[in-house]
Design a protein around this ligand. Structure first.
Ligand code: NAD
Length: 518
């Protein structure tokens, strides 16, 4: 996320913002914010383009994704440069999170959507089974509004857009204004892939543009961002009776069991915490380690965290924070923790050797419940380690949070890890790895509690961009319909007798669940 300052503009002109790099503090460029009128025009263009797009086969839509895939592969270095300008992470992080994941999304949904959204024949049970056939078809909703955050501005714009398009919708994408250039890349990518005009518009703007999108009359909102804005989006969509998915924040726990491979667990906790300089919704911030192995685990974490190289150029391991306010939040959380008795084992301050928004990779112990660093999303490179008596206590404390997005469990016993995972109240859990289910297209991804509503990705995600429409047709034809007039008391009495047989006898109950074999 770039550092954003307002540009003075004449009365009546479009608002403008100036963006600067969080790593070098040097200017990146200016953007012009789009108005509610722009949003309405984009919606009208999307409405014009969408029916012809929906009429294409999945394979035909997939061709556009394959073309976009080729563009992304060919231009990946150019794209990475733009993304790193606004979100100065490591090149490797952008390669994995933006390019690899972007290519996989384009290829997977480009090839698989036809299968995942194929009309489903359902075998009916009971009386209806005799005369009717049922099919469920997945119809596109129309125009989807995608609103994305600053911490993964390219992939979190691209992935929902690909899914909504492949399901047959048009898309109005509103990336964060502070990472507008990365968001605009998604528009460039599809323009170069030859996507029909009007089908995808990238709306450059801030909260006001986002608000205009909420009010414009789209058919669904796919929102990724903070809890606070998510709540507002939920209310606005509810008032308009339009569906939304909300992918929000987290305070994700790690459980290190007594039998964990401690080298692996330490490496995983480091990766889960310091990836994207901690600005990763699924990133882990609270580590619960069983007392019997706590000293050895902490020693390994400290050694690794202290060796992390922070920087802006060449080879380094941890990048900058992406916006000044995030740096302030991280500083406040650490100061509050230290004031209340936490011990800083590594880091704990702004990096004095770098001029951008750098906070040193930090490891805290002696962390308690009253500290903000344990209750609120820090979204920075700060790991809190807490000692627990046993795994039971770890599970209880892991679940003691307003959030519920991801978690990770470390143990040599995969079966035990799986059993523990099932008891954690988070959207997803990884056993013996840092949270990365967002990257698995087959895994429905979403949060519980304040971490969100609904799930994205895979078949569930694609179906979220559709209306599942059941259509019943005749099996044999004929002249009868379900309701027959005139009604008669005699027929009612006969029907009651039939029901007493159907659910009041063993044979009837068996027959009531029977389905025809074809
Ligand atoms: P944010 O809520 O401030 O902004 C998100 C988007 O909403 C931006 O595009 C913003 O311009 C827009 N917006 C702001 N006000 C709006 C309004 N009134 N109407 C419509 N749109 C509006 O969030 P952020 O700070 O950009 O993102 C960071 C947050 O996102 C963190 O909490 C992080 O955990 C979360 N996140 C969650 C996931 C997930 O998959 N669960 C993924 C990435 C980030």
């Amino acid at each position: 996320m770039a550092i954003v300052t307002k540009v003075e503009t004449p009365e009546g002109a479009r608002r403008r913002l100036k963006l600067a790099s969080p790593a070098t503090l040097e200017p990146i460029g200016e953007i012009e914010l789009q108005t509610p009128e722009d949003v309405r025009e984009a919606l009208a263009a999307a409405r014009r383009a969408q029916p012809a797009w929906a009429a294409l086969s999945f394979e035909e839509r997939g061709h556009y994704m394959m073309r976009a895939l080729r563009v992304l592969l060919d231009k990946q270095d150019e794209y990475i440069d733009v993304i790193l300008g606004e979100t100065p992470k490591t090149r490797n992080e952008s390669l994995m999170m933006d390019i690899y994941a972007g290519c996989d999304s384009l290829h997977y949904y480009g090839k698989k959507t036809g299968k995942l959204l194929r009309p489903e024949k359902k075998r009916l049970h009971g009386m209806v089974a005799i005369g009717k056939r049922l099919q469920v078809v997945y119809k596109p909703l129309g125009v989807v509004g995608v609103i994305s955050p600053w911490n993964g501005p390219f992939i979190l714009s691209l992935n929902p857009t690909v899914q909504a398009l492949m399901a047959g919708n048009a898309v109005l994408l509103k990336p964060s204004s502070s990472t507008a250039f990365s968001g605009k890349l998604v528009g460039d990518l599809f323009e170069e892939a030859g996507l029909p005009e009007g089908l995808l518009s990238v709306l450059v703007g801030d909260g006001q543009t986002g608000q205009a999108l909420l009010e414009a009359g789209v058919d669904k909102i796919s929102f990724t961002g903070s809890e606070e804005t998510g709540r507002h989006v939920a209310v606005t969509c509810a008032e308009r009776f339009i569906p939304c998915t909300l992918e929000l924040g987290g305070k994700n726990p790690v459980i290190v069991c007594g039998d964990a491979d401690l080298d692996r667990a330490a490496a995983g906790a480091i990766a889960g915490n310091f990836f994207n300089a901690g600005q990763y919704c699924g990133g882990t911030e609270r580590v619960y380690v069983v007392e019997s192995v706590a000293d050895q685990f902490i020693e390994r974490v400290v050694e690794r965290a202290a060796a992390l190289r922070q920087g802006a150029e060449g080879e380094f391991d941890v990048g900058a924070l992406f916006w000044p306010q995030q740096l302030e939040i991280v500083e406040e959380h650490v100061e509050d923790a230290v004031a209340k008795g936490a011990r800083v084992l590594v880091g704990g301050r702004r990096n004095p050797n770098l001029k951008g928004l750098y906070f040193e990779p930090t490891v805290l112990t002696e962390v308690t419940d009253e500290m903000r660093v344990l209750r609120e999303e820090t979204f920075g490179p700060v790991m809190s380690i807490l000692r627990v008596r046993d795994e039971e206590e770890a599970i209880r404390l892991a679940n003691d949070s307003n959030y519920g997005l991801t978690a990770s469990v470390w143990t040599r016993d995969t079966h035990k890890g799986f059993q523990i995972a099932k008891r954690i109240d988070t959207g997803s859990v990884d056993v013996n790895d840092f949270p990365q289910t967002y990257g698995a297209a087959e895994a429905p991804f979403g949060g519980r509690k304040a971490s969100g509503v609904g799930q994205v990705n895979g078949a569930v995600g694609l179906r979220g961009y559709c209306h599942a429409q059941p259509i019943q047709t005749d099996r044999f034809g004929g002249k009868q319909t379900a309701g027959r007039y005139p009604l008669s008391l005699k027929q009612d009495a006969g029907f009651q007798k039939f029901m007493r047989f159907l659910w009041g006898t063993a044979l009837g109950r068996k027959l009531s669940l029977m389905r025809l074999p074809w």
